[in-house]
Design a protein around this ligand. Sequence first.
Ligand code: M6R
Length: 596
Amino acid sequence: MCGIIGCSGRSDETLDVLLSGLEGLEYRGYDSAGVALSNGTLSVCKREGEIHRLQQAVDGDLGGPVGIGHTRWSTHGPPSDANAHPHTDCSGGVAVVHNGIVENYADLRAELTDRGHEFDSDTDTEVVPHLVEEELADGATFEEAFRAAVTRLEGSYALAAVAEDSAAILATRHDSPLVVGVGDDAAYLASDVPAFLDYTDRVVYLEDDEFARLETGSWTVTDADGGLIDKSVSRVEWDAEETAKSGYDHYMLKEIHEQPRALRKCLRGRVDERTGSVAVEALEGLNPGSVQFVACGTSYHAALFGAQTLREAGVPAQAFLASEYATSPAPVTDDTLVVGITQSGETADTLSALREAQHRGVETLAMTNVVGSTAARECDRTLTIRAGPEIGVAATKTFSSQVVACNLLSAAVAERGDAREVVEALRDLPGQVQKILDSSRAERVAEEYVDSEAYFFVGRGHHHPVALEGALKLKEISYEHAEGFPAGELKHGPLALVTAETPVFAVATGSGEKATKTVGNVKEVEARDAPVVAVTDGASDVGRYADVVLEIPETHARVAPVLANVQLQLVAYYIAKKLGRSIDKPRNLAKSVTVE
Ligand code: M6R
């Protein structure tokens, strides 16, 4: 998705801050990038393609103390130099970057065209600088003009603007994140903290319809009427090292390897191993009659796990795809809790579903990785998963932390259950993940099966979400066809696709009924000559029917999905690597999906 960076600082530094900030936003996914700097005159440079193309194009004339930059992920018009942001008005005196969608742009564009404005791009954004231009022509100051332009917009936006005669960056947001960074002698602006984390960890989160003004290293925030707002400055816990690749070939691999640490952080201070009790401030006093999870993608897989776990604990629970829930919500009662699981806290579909729940008057909880994200700020409660920044588009460590957080939620609200055993197992989990990372045969499995026609993943119960997640991870980074199924569903249709060219990854742990039945399903695919890769703790005899076994340590049934999933993360990573894919930035995908 699009990313915004802004800096008001020293003339000899601002351009570098913008360019490194754009690199810090790359992980969100983009297809073009650009910058605009003001130094009494306005200069703009933008290019389709990767940021290094922009860096090559930037010439010595580009400079100034204030500037804005943008990475674009196309919505209106294909990737091109012209469609890249910043966009300017007819005179080239105002430049604007924008995340989100201006829904009434067609009407505004028609209106502006009638009044003689000329447009250079296909984008919805370009109406904004032209609206500002008209207000300036009527004698408004830059700030008055910007505010007036914003009142004409419908839709979602994080906007930042600079102008030739102004030493200020003006910015505002509505349903799209924007945060101010507070430096010693510079002020920053970004859609996402990692963009300026090299320079400061002090941040001010903007709320919807607030306006920020950044000028010569200072900043102010005002409301829609211009009244000054006393905003608090928070410190983000992430540091720049966490957002660096640190010697790994890819962020994804680094983040897979960070899981032991992330899980320890997720658990720290939250569980009492002696009593098995869970003490999480965000969950205190929570006693829901039923729980509805809303989430997308990987987070939805964690939600499926969470719902199952809660049901086992005696609490009626269901998981919904947020994009569906937002338009077809399930019935709620007064004591329903709606939990939005969202790594970024900015996924538009999930925010929409949560807002729908709030609209219906029920309590909401955000389970998120990003303190200060929109979900965190809008929900009644926030359970942070503390995984640290995740840069790779493919979610890895955050899934593991979400599964652990679901276990914490379940233990906190359980009517019945085995919280003590789960807590004990969680204590051992980081070490067990490390053991898998140190000894996994996933790379050899990838070598063996990299040229397959398609890949299937099966699992029952808690391993059904793992099967779905294994397939999602593989398809998104390898571009190979992969599907996950509940193991028992194979014979109801998908089995028709199973051949000697389609490896089946079967996840089975323990020796209970679920594992035994999964072994039966494995025999079905074996009979069709499909290679079988078993992910197992060895407690069942699934390994006997498998061509390869990816071992995981024995643990509690509600903790095993994390371990099994780590093996599948590694398989996906190594297959994608062997295919030479763009692992951290897969085609067409974005880290944070801020449109519905
Ligand atoms: O930030 P979120 O957890 O709300 O993101 C939801 C999905 O877009 C995300 O999990 C996506 O499916 C992953 N990139 C997949 O690896």
